[in-house]
Write a protein that binds this ligand. Structure first.
Ligand code: S3P
Length: 748
């Protein structure tokens, strides 16, 4: 702290904010001397009694002499007068700052006193913390903790002054942000001044009614919440409204326009548009929460979540319906949004990844109802109806959203930016950006190594290309085909191996012609999609954990109902069968253009290791973490080759699984494009295989769920750290797994 220590700090004004900062300075011994000047003698004597200052003055001149930090903690309108008064008494290197809610007028006041040559130590500031209460007694040492403090350094401000103020506010546990004065005033006009104005005005509106007593008496939570800030100091807000007049009037104009919109929707009884507006606002509010908290999208998930699994699971049984397919859910929103007419979706996966896609289209002006119990209604805007998002689209953990949207956004008339969470921010995006550039797109992966954020300049005329995919990736294939919808002429893609074909199937379901000839898929640009009904099957990738769980547990008997068995996704069934698992696929039928079936797995036969056929790799690409658990329980060696793609999933799934398996006592060797696992199982034996231990999931949902299944054959406790991303694809995982017979404990 000694570095930060000030010789003498002088507060001019000692209300809530000033006295709270004085408390911080005293608590951390940041100054040799703290003094204040206020008009009220009582405030000064109270402040002395509270131990906040050693000397108090009614004349600011007395306070500032010899001070190396002067804090103007008084009403903004008093700034000019005080500066005029104290100017001759300030030392050359004195830092002068303030705490007012508006900054443009503080700078104007300083210029009125100093002219353009403002002192180098002058750095206006604004702690965004406060309460309806005022005065020296209301101050709190932790008032600024975890709050933001905005500093608005001027061209004349010196770096040392800015740095010392940053340190001062950091000592108060505040998060310091620097921005320019005009930006500050515009932002605050919208986020603070307009809401206060509305609160005062609403209370005034109701107070003026004849029945006001009844209204206040019976007013429920809504009124109470909305009007809380109308209890703030009228003088202060009077001053702020004038001080930031220009920016506030602009914000009021915006409010009036928006009010007129919602008024008209109600007047016209335009249910669809009103639902769209309310749904968008609700989702945006939730989204802001998460962005601010830097948390995943679902309200109830936290970044510190972990699973603990005790040994001793006896059985694994039951009939389950796992949630909707992630790949199909994403596409249902994307295609419904650009279709003409309405699309109804059932079985939609309400996991964070698909919700990120849904939010992105809301942000681009699409009216979407739901999701509610898996039902979503999308009011399509047609091929040219998307509108520019107001800010960056946040794709969370979802590679599918980012890569498919790269294709769609490259063809739009507007610019866009996409960001993601820590895991997505490490994933390769050049694989999709490159072919899109060949089509004429202006797309950059602006991260360090061809990684997100993605930045796209709109209004480019795309032309169809033929592209030989260098890797088996349905996301890249889909991104290119989607850009092709808007491109001139034919767009075609050749895949090295067949990958999931949900894009092709669903485009056809929306009435768009897509040709599949061998491994070549093509479409003509310039057509249109027509809204339809989409029934999302249960996700075989989620079912896979239960399939493996049952296959490694003696006497297990699990049936997974209505699971999608699209032939581009059934590698897990084939591979487990080859390992000797007892699997039956029953009741095959078609739902919403996709084949589905009930899958029954019984723990009747122990597994044996195999060399996994390379042609099965793309068909089981998301299921390998779970299959590695099965391989560890099998007798003999399992060898995987041709699966380098696993290294660029939500985590490096080869390395992360190898690390976890090693921790749990399994002998395995990761290779460049696969892994060799020495199975510890023995024919006919169902005893413990894993030793237990602590596993790091690296923000990868499938790693977390796979190691949870290892709990069925463990001798020691398994702790899996960082399991919150399970909510991206399978929010009900622990509930279903525990019903089946596992004992997963979730701790936040
Ligand atoms: C997906 C494709 C696959 C898969 C991912 C979903 C899709 O990714 O791993 O979970 O919906 O198209 P790649 O295209 O990178 O193989």
């Amino acid at each position: 702290m000694s570095q930060l220590q000030f010789e003498k700090v002088a507060f001019i004004g000692l209300g809530l904010i000033g006295s709270s900062l004085a408390r911080v300075i005293q608590a951390h011994a940041l100054a040799k001397e703290v003094v204040a000047s206020t008009r009220s003698e009582k405030t000064l004597s109270d402040a002395k009694a509270l131990g906040l200052i050693s000397q108090g003055y009614t004349n600011p001149i007395d306070a500032v002499q010899g001070a190396d930090l002067v804090v103007l903690a008084l009403p903004v309108r008093a700034t000019q007068k005080v500066l005029e008064t104290i100017k001759p008494y300030l030392t050359a290197n004195c830092i002068i700052t303030d705490v007012g809610s508006t900054k443009g007028n503080v700078v104007e006041a300083a210029k009125a006193v100093y002219g353009e040559a403002l002192p180098a130590g002058f750095v206006p500031g604004h702690p965004i913390a406060g309460a309806e209460h005022t005065g020296v007694h209301a101050g709190k040492v932790d008032l600024f903790a975890n709050h933001k403090v905005i500093l608005t350094p001027l061209p004349t401000s010196s770096t040392w002054a800015v740095e010392r103020l940053i340190q001062l506010w950091q000592a108060a546990d505040a998060e310091v942000i620097c921005m320019d004065v005009a930006k500050h005033d515009e932002v605050l006009a919208h986020t603070s001044h307009l809401p206060h104005l509305m609160a005062f005005n609403l209370v005034e509106q109701l107070a003026n009614r004849e029945d006001n007593l009844d209204i206040f008496r019976y007013a429920a939570g809504g009124f109470r919440d909305f009007s809380r800030i109308a209890a703030s100091d009228p003088q202060m807000w009077h001053d702020i409204f004038f001080a930031n007049k220009t920016a506030i009037l602009k914000a009021v104009d915006g409010f009036e326009q928006q009010l007129a919109v919602i008024r008209k929707l109600i007047e016209d009884e335009d249910s669809q548009q009103l639902m769209g507006l309310l749904g968008h606002a609700q989702a945006a509010r939730q989204h802001f929460n998460h962005m601010l908290a830097k948390k995943p999208l679902l309200e109830n998930t936290q970044v510190t979540q972990q699973f603990t699994i005790q040994p001793g699971a006896k059985n694994f049984q039951g009939k389950f319906t796992v949630p909707g397919d992630k790949s199909v859910s994403h596409r249902s929103i994307m295609f419904g949004a650009i279709a003409e007419g309405t699309t109804h979706v059932t079985g939609f996966l309400e996991g964070e990844d698909a919700l990120a896609t849904l939010q992105a289209f809301r942000d681009m002006g699409v009216s979407i109802e739901g999701p509610k119990n898996g039902e979503v209604t999308i009011h399509g805007v047609g091929m040219h109806g998307l509108t520019a998002p107001k800010s960056a689209l946040y794709m969370g953990n979802s590679g599918t959203s980012m890569r498919l949207l790269s294709g769609m956004l490259s063809a739009q008339a507007f610019d866009s930016v996409m960001t993601g969470d820590a895991s997505l921010s490490k994933r390769p995006m050049e694989r999709i950006a490159k072919p899109l550039r060949l089509m004429g797109a202006q797309i950059q992966s602006t991260g360090e190594r061809g990684t997100p954020p993605i930045s796209i300049s709109g209004a480019q005329a795309l032309k169809g290309i033929h592209y030989d995919l260098p890797m088996a990736s349905a996301q890249v294939k889909s991104g290119i085909l989607l850009a092709g919808l808007w491109a001139e002429g034919e767009t075609s893609v050749t895949e090295p191996e067949p990958t999931r074909d949900h894009t092709e199937r669903m485009l056809r379901a929306f009435g768009y012609e897509v040709k599949t000839e061998g491994n070549r898929i093509s479409l003509q640009g310039g057509g249109k999609l027509v809204g339809t009904n989409i029934q999302v099957p249960s996700d075989i990738s989620s079912a896979a954990f239960f399939m493996v769980g049952a296959a490694i547990t003696e006497n297990a008997d699990v049936t997974l109902e209505a699971v999608g068995i699209n032939p581009t996704r059934t590698g897990i069934i084939e591979i487990l069968k080859q390992m000797g698992a007892d699997i039956t696929v029953q009741n095959e039928r078609i739902a919403g253009g996709e084949p589905i079936a009930d899958i029954r797995i019984q723990g009747t036969r122990t597994l044996k290791g195999i060399h996994i056929p390379e042609d099965q790799v793309p068909l089981a690409i998301d299921e390998f973490p779970a299959l590695f658990i099965a391989a560890a329980c099998a007798e003999g060696q399992t060898i995987l080759t041709g699966a380098a793609e696993l290294r660029v999933k939500e985590s490096d799934r080869i390395q992360v699984m190898a690390d976890g398996l090693t921790t749990m006592g399994i002998d395995c060797t990761p290779t460049e494009d696969g892994i060799i696992i020495q199975g510890k199982g023995q024919s006919g034996e169902w005893g413990a295989i894993f030793t237990g231990g602590e596993i790091e999931s690296h923000h990868d949902h499938r790693i977390a769920m796979s190691f949870a299944m290892a709990g069925l054959r463990t001798s020691g406790e398994i702790k899996i750290v960082g399991t919150e991303t399970v909510a991206t694809s399978f929010p009900s995982f622990t509930q279903l797994a525990n019903t089946a017979g596992l004992a997963i404990q979730v701790t936040e």
